[in-house]
Write a protein that binds this ligand. Structure first.
Ligand SMILES: CC(C)(COP(=O)(O)OP(=O)(O)OC[C@H]1O[C@@H](n2cnc3c(N)ncnc32)[C@H](O)[C@@H]1OP(=O)(O)O)[C@@H](O)C(=O)NCCC(=O)NCCS
Length: 276
């Protein structure tokens, strides 16, 4: 059975979206961005509001309904990708070795460790300093951290890279961080008692990367890849098997970092604006 094409959109008219096409919703403060979820939040404030017209939808690039919308005059205003790293028992040693290399190569520059609630102020400061740096549209939007979301939690674990070279007595500064979002189902399905039982890694929920960011002056030195690799290593050790991430198509560094870890792009998304 083929899905019926969407009605020809009228200017200003509400769209009755086909299954693969979901109108953008107002973001919950601090909500994790999930670039491959069916509903991709967009903030009403932020510069995005200026470039994402009312009525825009984010759709799978390969969905039949997307072609219908394009034929009906909708135009792409942003594009993004999502990728997955699945780790089976057979792959695990090679994946771990690759991730450990990514962490080890920044060791002269930085110490990487899991962030704790005591790091929340440093995370907030790094976040504020880098807010304008996220390219892309609503599907890859980064919601600014708040004092609450900057605090790592069991389902929102985070890793950071701290500068090694210190002035005497100075606190090490946070150079890079990655925050993850762990669905409750992923926590339940991870079995630390039997971490090598990935009979079907696709059957378990994935842990998402919420965002990764590196201080401007420290980019291109492996820190983004390293904090992300550290997060996957720790979550793997806890029994997780599936990891998902995503980014804007134009974010070459983010895509390259994900490739370096072994993620494989499996979804492409478009944000389409209605015809005017
Ligand atoms: C995306 C980001 C986290 C990458 O961190 P980084 O420390 O600069 O990246 P790394 O040094 O680990 O490099 C990772 C890969 O990207 C490549 N790369 C780095 N900067 C690049 C650039 N500007 N253009 C193209 N490739 C780039 C590197 O060569 C490396 O690839 P390789 O392993 O094949 O050599 C960082 O650029 C950033 O903070 N950007 C702003 C926030 C953002 O966009 N975050 C991602 C969305 S959540």
């Amino acid at each position: 059975m083929t899905a019926a094409p969407p009605p020809a959109p009228q200017p200003g008219a509400a769209v009755d979206p086909p299954a693969a096409v979901v109108p953008l919703a107002a973001a919950e403060p601090g909500a994790a961005v999930d670039p491959h979820a069916a509903v991709v939040p967009v903030a009403a404030a932020a510069p995005l509001a200026a470039v994402v017209p009312p009525g825009a939808v984010t759709v799978r690039a390969d969905a039949p309904a997307t072609a219908d919308l394009v034929r009906a005059g909708w135009t792409a205003v942003a594009s993004s990708w999502a990728a997955e790293l699945r780790v089976s028992a057979a792959d695990e040693a090679a994946v771990v070795a690759r991730l450990e290399r990514l962490v080890a190569r920044v060791s002269p520059l930085a110490r990487i460790r899991e962030l704790t609630p005591a790091d929340a102020d440093a995370a907030l400061a790094l976040d504020r300093a880098t807010l304008p740096d996220y390219p892309g549209g609503p599907a890859t939007q980064h919601d600014p951290l708040t004092p609450t979301t900057a605090r790592p939690a069991p389902a929102r674990r985070a890793w950071g890279a701290f500068a090694r070279a210190l002035a005497p007595g100075a606190a090490p500064s946070l150079l890079a961080m990655t925050f993850t979002a762990e669905p409750a189902a992923a926590r339940a399905s991870a079995d630390p008692a039997d971490p090598a039982d990935p009979a079907d890694p696709t059957a378990v929920e994935a842990v998402e990367t919420d965002f990764t960011v590196v201080a401007r002056d420290w980019r291109g030195r492996g820190l983004g890849s390293a904090v992300k690799a550290a997060s996957v290593l720790a979550l793997l050790a806890d029994g997780h098997r599936r990891f998902r991430t995503g980014g804007a198509t134009e974010n070459a560094a983010s895509l390259a970092a994900s490739h370096a870890l072994g993620y494989i792009v499996d979804e492409r998304w478009l944000t389409l604006a209605p015809p005017v």
